[in-house]
Ligand binder design. Structure first.
Ligand code: 6GU
Length: 254
């Protein structure tokens, strides 16, 4: 997968040299380009923002540097809008609290793409015409991490790249570790334990020491359901809802 990022803070992405994603870059699974928006300004002060038409607080990112930067990345890649396959050319992603909520399903969808281009806005956002223009040329999505406000898209893009990148085959060493995770099956993950079997008076649940794999699977599934009901009842689908008279859980809190 190729990932390009346009930002006024390229240094934010230095951490992508580290850890599993760093290794994925070294091995060529992920190819990363980080581009400084200010390299696409043409005035003496390298301005990227200006006051909003109509008044109001804050500054808005000017369209011209964005147009130059994105044109340089997209080249003349011809993209077919809504063609519904994953070789439609680059997909342009703008992190924004006004976007669609990012989740595991979206991460999985995006992990199948060949080329992602992230445009990190700052200030009060990017001139709307940038989105409007590129929507006529390619697939464009506004994506939000959640219902809170960040100062800019950089941290959001880091989170999205980590969530997407680890789903690319080969990036995570043991693909099985991707299966039994929170959100992969619509539930939160079960609690995990390692040695010692007793620590500060707290014992590992005996079923995990039983060697009975059927019982262990059933216990883990039940833990997933109880934990999800307690912490994220909004995720529970009706067939997984425990009966109304279910007795109180004896499971650990979170
Ligand atoms: Cl993707 N960007 C910004 N600036 N703020 C956010 C966000 C994104 N998601 C939640 N808050």
């Amino acid at each position: 997968m190729r990932i390009d990022i346009v930002t006024i803070f390229p240094e934010f992405f230095d951490v992508l040299d580290l850890s599993l994603l760093g290794k994925a870059r070294q091995s060529g699974l992920i190819e990363l380009g980080v581009h400084n928006l200010r390299d696409h300004t043409h005035d003496r002060h390298h301005s990227v923002d200006d006051t909003p038409y109509g008044g109001g607080a804050g500054m808005v990112m000017k369209p011209e540097p964005w147009g130059d930067a994105l044109d340089a990345i997209l080249g003349d890649a011809v993209t077919v809008k809504n063609a519904g396959t994953h070789d439609d050319g680059p997909i342009l992603l703008f992190p924004s609290p006004a976007g669609d909520q990012f989740n595991q399903a979206m991460a999985r969808e995006l992990s199948l793409e060949q080329h992602l281009v992230f445009g990190c806005g700052r200030y009060e956002g990017i001139d709307q015409r940038v989105v409007d223009h590129y929507e006529s040329r390619s697939r464009v999505r506004l994506v939000s991490l959640g219902d809170y406000v960040l100062n800019g898209g950089e941290v959001a893009v880091m989170a999205m790249i980590e969530a997407i990148g680890r789903l690319i085959p080969g990036v995570v060493g043991n693909p099985e570790s991707l299966v039994e995770e929170s959100h992969e099956d619509g539930l939160l993950e079960y609690p995990s334990y390692t040695k010692p079997a007793s620590w500060r008076g707290l014992d590992v649940p005996p079923v995990l020491l039983s060697g009975n794999h059927g019982a262990i699977s059933a216990w883990r599934r039940q833990q997933q359901i109880e934990r999800t009901e307690r912490v994220r009842p909004d995720l529970l689908t009706p067939e997984l809802q425990p009966p109304a008279n279910a007795k109180a859980s004896t499971s650990p809190r979170r």
